[in-house]
Design a protein around this ligand. Sequence first.
Ligand code: GLA
Length: 384
Amino acid sequence: MKDTLIKNIESAYKSLFKDNPVLIDSPGRINIIGEHTDYNEGFVLPAAIDKGIVAAIGKSDSDFCSVLAYDYNEKHEFLTDDIQPIPNGNWKNYVIGVVAEIQKKSIKVPPFNLVFGGDIPRGGGLSSSAALENSIVFGLNELFGLGMSKEEMILISQRAEHYYVGVRCGIMDQYSSMFGKEDHALLLDCRTQIAKPIQIDFQDYELVLINTNVSHKLVDAEYNNRREVCEKVASLLDIKSLRDATRELLNTVKSQLSEDEYQKALYVIEENDRVLKAAKMIEQNDLEALGNLLFEAHQGVRYQFKVSCKELDFLVDKAKGNPNVIGARMMGGGFGGCTINLVKKEAVKHYTQEISEAYVKAFNKACSIYFVNLSEGTHVINGK
Ligand code: GLA
């Protein structure tokens, strides 16, 4: 699958620009646990996966940059000294956003050509956007020898998302896409932005992703709104971020908060605890305990942080009712996208068939099933 994708992107580039490009593989990510904790400077446990974006990039002879989004068969041309966010620009804003943010560091980006495409669904909660941003910043750094570190590059990707896409995201997606390690998840402290790689042996279980194929229209606004609530509570507590809060501290301002705000802040405190516990459980090879934490985490996003939706809840409820599934929860920003499930290997075939049928019956549309491996972060494919 990846090989075909690489071939397609490379040959599209060659036939369009008559030149040999640098090829970049930039993965999407899963998150074992730790949702909406990253922008609270808390903990997350993501991993890069073997699905993502492939970008072919090379120098341009003309004054402008020329980009082909292979999957949409759409082109965009622009000048690097005149970059503004494009209303409803979709993928174009990721590209120009990265270029603009590099240039804000007083690094001039010369004209370039780019073709990119991927094998992760947009809106599936697998961070196709971070994969795209990282592929561009990494590719430009490589092509022009810009001398940026990976740490600098992920902040550029994140700022592109804030200022050109309009989502005030945390650092989890860009970090895990850039720094992923084969067979490992990353226990990332989002305050220090330092991660501890944790090897996962799924033993008799398989990681199964189930995509609701739902993507909520207002998801960006809902996301930013959750972040505002967290910031409001942190400022009321006179702390830098909810990372520093405890239940006891939160209770001191309970009367000044609505029940809704209180529950959201409480969720963040509890989710941070769960992430640290989950990392321990993985290290102790206790997958059942890990699975229980996933179920608990879903309750939190469903009833306290309120970023789930009926399709996600349906999939997690089904998982809970099946003895072959030891853990499941929604993954990513929420309001659609995928659930992550730990399913007994021997039952995977039957379970995925059963849940697919039940899903169609309930919602009159299909869900999609993905299997992924934990993989290396953003890297050059051909080394040219
Ligand atoms: C999106 C954001 C991340 C993170 C998750 C929720 O994926 O990009 O920064 O906040 O949602 O955990």
